[in-house]
Design a protein around this ligand. Structure first.
Ligand SMILES: [Zn+2]
Length: 668
């Protein structure tokens, strides 16, 4: 390998040296400029607004150091804390500074040290929540109070800067009418004063109760650049979820470690199988917890397949069909032919397909269902009896064969077991089925789904990694909106309201929803918010629902429609939803986890990762094997070959890179 690499490098160096000599001879002689390390300083007073910014940094994978003003043992912020000298060049240890407000220190010397530091190195400052005043280049507030339900506008200068991923207005939540969620100030900027080097550029404007003004903007003064936000934020509020990426982009001048995508994938489980139906009379489900109650199973019909394909085309979005071949075979055996299978096979290439095992058996312990809830069967020595490796392997392989014989393309490396079984499930089965890993390895499985509501973290099981999936809270055992509401009411209302009272033991309870309107007016908005929190949280985990939700009332679509329409109400076309196969999402989780573990382990302080900008060049060095996420502005080129760096997303370029990285920033 060395033999191949050496000549290539020397050729490259020869070319570069020649180019430098011919085009810019003085460069070689000039001393290195200041070095700016790619790490952010977060000064917090514990406010939610600062926590929201810190959370955004963490979610994107941006390293940051926190100084907590409430901590009496905290370091003093002075010149030595902020900067030093490395290899003869001055070094800024932090590329951006987050403050709770414009002047949070009791000791004026600390703010003076920060101001001098920012001016010296061109470091930007973000004030998480400020009351407008001349100190931040604004007049006193013309409005002060709740911002709930306000729709704010992003200015053209903001869209030309770090907010180029936004395509629409910024909406402030009003989740609970009558409850104040966000408060803010609306004010107008002071006139620019070019002589004194003072100016204010509005980034977000709003009219609240008839008062128009600015709620976010950049105050340039004393050779410093300060982003002023005059509203409160919590990390799961829509306004912050939409603005957060841009705040980080602005603070870091678009160059930072981290990699952020808006992921959304939706798995439809149990395709071809019937799902049992909730009994609205007996508040139970046959096969699960009903005695002597029967309901009609729910199974998609051919018309549901054409609806699904049309919906996909209209929305430019692909669903993952998580299928069980036995459902098709059993229907064909009963009726001679299965029209649902015929319909799906005719449009098989329009969907992604995922192996859900042939007949959806429980692949953990052998279940003893003589009592409710079930128990793991035990042998005479009292040990748990597990489903065999042969059974697991057969279920996986037979379902692949079923698809292959119908021309359905399936990635054999991806699997979703029935109920995520085989993996531990508390309290009954505290350990993974020991036969799972060897059976999956033999069957060629690399990724198997887990339930993110039970286990949010990815796990390694033998040669397999899990892909945790978020359940969409649409029940598997309902075909109509009325059934969904009925079961929702059963779970979430008080005994005195006709509910199970489970919510009384595990609050909160809700008032009963109207069977006719409760789905659209309550459940869909609540579940949309939860799904979008994942989508906008740099979370690659796919979501899942069931085939029953595409049948009858097709209740999944109103939820998906709302997720997509809310997303596109805010984001621009340069920031598409990443709708990727399970294996790709699993790999995103893997490298994201590895990077956040490295940061948590102190990689930046220990020197496992060195990352800085100097003279228009980004340098990243990392310990062997660690993939480092890097985000840089459009126009950034790779130092090695001059090719554009990474992939375009959200008006930036980004990629994970292993080994040493040199990037040339635009204009350098
Ligand atoms: Zn299933």
């Amino acid at each position: 390998m060395k033999v191949v690499r050496r000549p290539a490098l020397s050729v490259l160096f020869g070319v570069l040296a020649a180019a430098v000599l011919i085009i810019v001879p003085p460069l070689a002689a000039s001393a290195a400029g200041p070095r700016i390390d790619l790490q952010v300083l977060v000064v917090t007073n514990g406010s939610a607004s600062v926590s929201a910014v810190a959370h955004q940094l963490q979610a994107e994978g941006v390293p940051y150091r926190t100084v907590d003003l409430r901590d009496s043992g905290r370091p003093v912020i002075d010149e030595a804390f902020l900067s030093d000298t490395v290899d003869g060049a001055p070094r800024a240890k932090y590329q951006g500074v987050v403050l709770p407000n414009a002047a949070p220190f009791q000791n004026d010397a600390e703010m003076a040290a920060l101001a001098a530091y920012e001016k010296r190195f061109g470091i930007r400052q973000l004030d998480a929540h400020v009351r407008p005043s001349a100190a931040v280049g604004m007049n006193a507030p013309a409005y002060s109070g709740p911002m709930d339900g306000v729709t704010a506008q992003v200015t053209e200068p903001a869209r030309g800067d770090a907010f180029r991923y936004l395509g629409g207005p910024v909406r402030f939540d009003d989740v609970e009418p009558g409850v104040g969620e966000t408060s803010g100030f609306v004010a107008t900027p002071l006139p620019d004063d070019p002589g004194a080097g003072k100016s204010f550029q509005p980034f977000v404007t709003a009219t609240v109760k008839g008062t128009a003004g600015t709620i976010a903007g950049v105050y340039t003064h004393d050779g410093r650049s300060e982003m002023v936000l005059s509203f409160t934020s919590e990390r799961e509020q829509w306004h912050f979820q939409t603005l957060g990426r841009g705040l980080v982009g602005w603070l870091t001048k678009g160059v930072h470690l981290g990699y952020d995508r808006n992921y959304f994938a939706v798995h439809i489980d149990d395709v071809f199988m019937p799902d049992a139906r909730w009994s609205t009379e007996d508040n139970c489900t046959p096969g699960e917890d009903c005695d002597d109650v029967e309901t009609e199973d729910i199974r998609m019909a051919p018309g549901d397949v054409s609806f699904a394909t049309q919906w996909q085309t209209q929305h430019g979005f692909a669903l993952d069909m998580t299928y069980n071949g036995a459902g098709s075979d059993e229907a064909a055996k009963r009726n001679g032919v299965d029209p649902l299978t015929t319909a799906f096979v005719a449009v098989r290439d329009r969907f992604r397909w995922l192996n859900h095992t042939y007949s959806h058996p429980f692949l953990g312990c052998v279940q003893d269902t003589s009592s409710n809830p079930w128990q793991c069967a035990r042998n005479q020595s009292g040990e748990i009896v597990y489903v065999s490796a042969a059974t697991i392997e057969r279920e996986v392989s037979r379902n692949l064969q079923w698809a292959s014989s119908r021309g359905i393309a399936v990635d054999a490396g991806e699997l979703v077991t029935g109920e995520h079984s085989g993996l531990r499930v508390t309290p009954q089965q505290p350990d993974d089925n020991p036969n799972l890993a060897p059976a999956l390895a033999k069957a060629g499985v690399k990724w198997t789904a887990s339930d993110a509501s039970r286990e949010k973290a990815q796990r390694v099981i033998g040669s397999v990694r899990t892909v945790p999936r978020h359940p969409l809270n649409i029940y598997y055992n309902v075909g109509t909106a009325a059934e969904e509401v009925d079961q929702y009411n059963w779970i979430h209302t008080r005994r005195s309201d006709g509910g199970s009272g489970l919510c009384e033991d595990d609050p909160p309870c809700i008032e009963p929803l109207d069977p006719d309107t409760g789905y659209a007016s309550y459940i869909v908005p609540v579940e949309t918010r939860i799904a979008l929190t994942h989508v906008l949280g740099n979370d690659p985990r796919p979501h899942y629902a069931h085939q029953s939700n595409l049948a009858e009332d097709r209740i999944l679509y109103p939820l998906l429609d709302r997720v997509l329409s809310q997303y596109w109400s805010a984001f621009a076309a340069n920031t598409p939803l990443v709708n990727a196969p399970t294996s790709a999402l699993g790999d995103e989780i893997r490298r994201q986890d590895a990077w956040s573990a490295a940061i948590k382990d102190g990689a930046m302080d220990k020197g496992d990762v060195t990352a800085y900008v100097q003279d228009g060049t980004v340098t990243v060095r990392a310990r062997s094997g660690l993939e480092v996420p890097v985000t840089a502005p459009e126009g950034t080129r790779q130092g090695a070959d001059g090719a554009p760096f990474g992939q375009a997303y959200a008006g930036e370029r980004s990629a994970y890179r292993a080994g040493d990285v040199t990037l040339i920033l635009p204009g350098a």
